[in-house]
Write a protein that binds this ligand. Structure first.
Ligand code: DX5
Ligand code: ZN
Length: 231
């Protein structure tokens, strides 16, 4: 039920293919691909050629997170190079409805993201149109930052808004997620956890991912038993 989305940004690019294969083998269903343009965020990461070259070694869901200004300009190209889902920033789009429509026309899942300082309510008008909302738990732009605890309240408020209205939208959380907080993040209501440093750094990828999988299983069991108590 819960999904881990390792963020490529923290991988070792010398052995990128090998590392991606390890994440897939260990059960990470998504691969989170951060695209930065140096304008919407200060940093520049990578783009289409990298995505295209890794497409044929992975069966994972390619979860492309566009941190770029005026994203509509590039949606088609990201679809062509192998994205399965495209998440864009509400703050960066002139016409968010047009971006969602284009993503859907190309047969992909649409995600909308907001910076930590953007009011959560800004995404509410789009909940009947997107498949995913990405809550940033750091200021977008760099990997390895510290999780902002204000994100917990935003995750649980969004969970209530989605469930209370019967929307079919997944919540993804991105930035600073690791051993210390993954349990709280999913307990607050996240479905998909992005993790860069916590997957690719320190210990081996396999050990790191096992920890996440264990935390996911435990939370799933907890939910099952609370369900049984109610009914
Ligand atoms: C930040 C990116 C994140 C980042 C996460 O702008 O959107 O996906 O790579 O990295 P960690 O898990 O190291 O915070
Ligand atoms: Zn990201």
């Amino acid at each position: 039920m819960y999904i881990l989305a390792p963020s490529l940004l923290a991988a070792d690019f010398k052995i990128l293919g090998q590392q991606i294969e390890e994440t897939e083998r260990m059960g990470a269903e998504y691969l989170h691909i951060d695209v930065m343009d140096g304008t919407f965020v200060p940093s520049i990461s990578f783009g289409m050629p990298v995505i295209q070259s890794i497409r044929d070694i992975s069966g994972q869901f390619f979860d492309v997170h566009l941190m770029i200004t005026d994203p509509i300009r590039y949606i088609k190209e990201f679809a062509e190079c192998g994205a399965d889902g495209i998440t864009f920033h509400l703050e960066a789009a002139k016409d968010p409805d047009a971006v969602i429509s284009l993503i859907h026309e190309l047969g992909l899942k649409a995600g909308m993201s907001i910076r930590p300082g953007t009011p959560l309510e800004a995404v509410y008008p789009y909940l009947d149109r997107v498949e995913m909302v990405l809550i940033m738990s750091v200021e977008p732009g760099f990997g390895g930052q510290t999780f902002m605890p204000e994100a917990y309240g935003r995750i649980s408020r969004l969970r209530r808004q989605i469930d209370g209205n019967g929307y079919r939208v997944r919540i993804e959380v991105d930035g600073g997620i690791g051993k210390k907080n993954v349990r709280e993040v999913i307990a607050a209501g996240a479905d998909i956890c992005v993790a860069g440093s916590a997957v690719f750094k320190k210990r081996s990828i396999s050990e790191n991912i096992s920890y996440f999988m264990k935390a996911f299983e435990e939370q799933e069991k907890k939910l099952e038993s609370s369900f049984q108590t109610i009914y």
